[in-house]
Write a protein that binds this ligand. Structure first.
Ligand code: AMP
Length: 293
């Protein structure tokens, strides 16, 4: 596995790897890798001839009040996980390499980026879409892998790639969870052991809505209230939003269909936690086009 830190070194390494042909799969990350990230790398390994990952804690997607400086950066651990997952090339730039002085261009997906997470973290998604576009321009992958865990993010990136005709296919991989259902996240390390146990209640709420759905409940209000009441059993969880939305537009649905998404965001102490679940039977979800899964 090669590790490169500059854009020219990344392009050069890729040119060498590509001379034998084959397609490039790409997994962008902010490091502090866990099994969720590894699952994307494994999907990449099996779908593409060459696997590239990036590790970059992107400052432009953090608000000044957020956790940029304390975001974990365990370099050796991360590189060991990439190597074990069969990554061929890791792009590991510093901030100056990605954002030299004088930059004036950003990429904004206007509508989708203002909803849900975007209404709370107002500059977050333009940071994401700009850095992902830059990374796509550096790596030029045929396929890129993102987690369903960050549902709104993958929906925005799908829209960006479509609107800008970026020549890359977005694949969304299932959320990897802890045994008690908590979605894995680099930010879970911020939780105390007591908070860590409380956080599992978010998945309890989503699972309860899924159970109602499978019993035939289709009222978005009822499904939403089920999630809210289950999550509220732990008063330490302060709900930012719960919604039943269309997977493409992220707009609330009056008559949810299979593939509709239940979105939840909560605060637990100073840590924000987001999660989601697709509603539908396994067979219904499998029958959906992959873009809606
Ligand atoms: P991050 O390092 O948090 O920017 O995440 C990098 C990629 O990993 C994003 O596409 C995330 O959606 C994905 N990811 C994060 N957590 C999980 C998880 N628990 N399961 C699957 N993918 C995940």
């Amino acid at each position: 596995m090669q590790v490169v830190e500059t854009i020219p070194a990344c392009r050069q390494a890729l040119a060498k790897l590509r001379q034998f042909g084959g397609n490039v799969g790409f997994v962008p990350t902010m490091g502090a890798l866990h099994r969720g990230h590894v699952s994307l790398m494994e999907a990449c390994r099996s779908a593409a001839d060459l696997s590239v990952a990036s590790i970059f804690v992107n400052p432009t997607q953090f608000a000044p009040t957020e956790d940029l400086s304390r975001y974990p950066r365990p370099r050796e651990h991360d590189l060991a996980l990439c190597e074990a997952a069969g990554v061929d090339l890791v792009f590991y730039p510093q901030v100056d390499e990605m954002y030299p002085p004088g930059g004036e261009t950003t990429v904004v997906v206007s509508g989708l980026s203002t909803r849900w997470e975007g209404s709370i973290r107002t500059t977050h998604f333009q940071g994401v879409t700009t850095v992902v576009t830059k990374l796509f321009n550096i790596v030029c992958p045929e396929i890129a892998f993102f987690g369903q865990k960050d549902f709104q993010q993958q929906a925005i990136l799908r829209r960006m790639v479509r609107d800008l005709d970026q020549p890359v296919e977005i694949r969304t991989c299932a959320t990897i969870r802890e045994p008690d259902g908590l979605a894995m996240s680099s930010r879970n390390v911020y939780l105390t052991s007591e908070q860590r146990e409380i956080a599992a209640q978010i998945y309890q709420g989503l699972s309860a809505a899924e159970k109602l759905w499978l019993q035939g409940e289709r009222s978005p209000g009822t499904l939403q209230r089920e999630i809210e009441s289950r999550v509220s059993l732990r008063p330490e969880l302060s709900i930012d939003y719960v919604a039943i939305v269309d997977p493409g537009t992220l707009l609330p649905l009056e008559a949810p269909h299979p593939g509709a998404v239940a979105l939840v965001a909560c605060k637990l102490g100073s840590t924000r936690l987001i999660d989601n679940l697709l509603l539908g039977t396994a067979a219904e979800l499998l029958a959906l086009p992959t873009t809606a899964r």
